[in-house]
Design a protein around this ligand. Structure first.
Ligand code: A3P
Length: 272
């Protein structure tokens, strides 16, 4: 049963389940897991472990907010609950649904170079097939059709950030959506995480010493109370080699959309 104004649900030991006060809405392959794990270093943050897919999957959404709440971790009342479902960003129905739950909610969006995101997206699906021992076409087979860039490839559409961002800005003011620079989060996570702390009005408790560069992994890993951990091996995989000419076509394809996105958010990013 749902109790309280915000739909808190109490457990015997005084901990509660709370609806998220912030959601990492995407983008798929932007670094959403890294962002969630890094934010979880903060003692006032309670993160849902799995992707909840409440607002984008009809079957889940039809269960209502009580179900959504039941998916949240137990936390102390002062903690801020966060969930991440990267598919939210590119699902047209989701902004209105999030708004109807809480129009004042703060949203986190992590983006990276749109071309790099396409390669990462391909790599993810490639490995999913490999795991099931199913064959999967090469990236060229997706990217090229009749000698031209195949603009119908779904992964390209997910990187058209301005299209998706427009849907969100119909329901939320820009100042309620904090954009994390996913390329910077890879190279130097601490400053990006500090910005997130400030945006969420959390006390500054995450430190530079919470991050160390792991040469073997080639990425930053986390140090949490003396415990070291890197993200799962599926995070930070090598991308396929793509013919430089094709890569240029990809960069060119995103040039205009990127400009539109920069105008939309009043900020530029260091993308190809
Ligand atoms: P690649 O595996 O293509 O390099 P998501 O969690 O949204 O699926 O994003 C996955 C991406 O997070 C990875 O894509 C990787 O580049 C990025 N990432 C950012 N910080 C990372 C970190 N510290 N360790 C591993 N991957 C990280």
């Amino acid at each position: 049963t749902v109790q309280g104004d915000m739909g808190d649900r109490a457990a015997p030991n005084g901990s509660v389940q709370q609806l998220p006060r912030t959601i990492i809405i995407g983008v798929r392959k932007g670094g959403t897991r890294a962002l969630l794990e890094m934010l979880s270093l903060h003692p006032d943050v309670a993160a849902a472990e799995n992707e909840v897919h409440f607002f984008d999957w009809e079957e889940h959404y039809s269960h209502g907010l009580g179900w959504y709440l039941s998916q949240m971790p137990y936390s102390s009342p002062h903690q801020l609950t966060v969930e991440k479902t990267p598919a939210y960003f590119t699902s047209p129905k989701v902004p209105e649904r999030v708004h109807s739950m809480n129009p004042a909610i703060r949203l986190l969006l992590i983006l990276r170079d749109p071309s790099e995101r396409v390669l990462s997206d391909y790599t993810q699906v490639f490995y999913n097939h490999l795991q099931k021992r199913k064959p999967y076409p090469t990236i060229e087979e997706f990217l090229v059709r009749d000698g031209r860039l195949n603009v119908d490839y779904k992964a390209l559409n997910r990187s058209l950030y301005h299209v998706h961002m427009q849907n969100w800005l119909r329901f939320f003011p820009l100042r309620h959506i904090h954009i994390v620079d996913g390329d910077r989060l890879i190279r130097d996570p601490f400053p990006e995480i500090q910005k997130v702390e400030r945006f969420l009005q959390l006390s500054p408790q995450i430190n530079a010493s919470n991050f160390y560069f792991n040469k073997t992994k080639g990425f930053y890993c986390l140090r949490d109370g003396g415990r070291d951990r890197c993200l799962h091996e599926s995070k930070g995989r090598a991308h396929p080699q793509v013919d430089p000419k094709l890569l240029s076509k990809l960069y060119e394809y995103f040039h205009e959309p990127n400009k539109k996105f920069f105008e939309l958010v009043g900020r530029t990013f260091d993308w190809h």
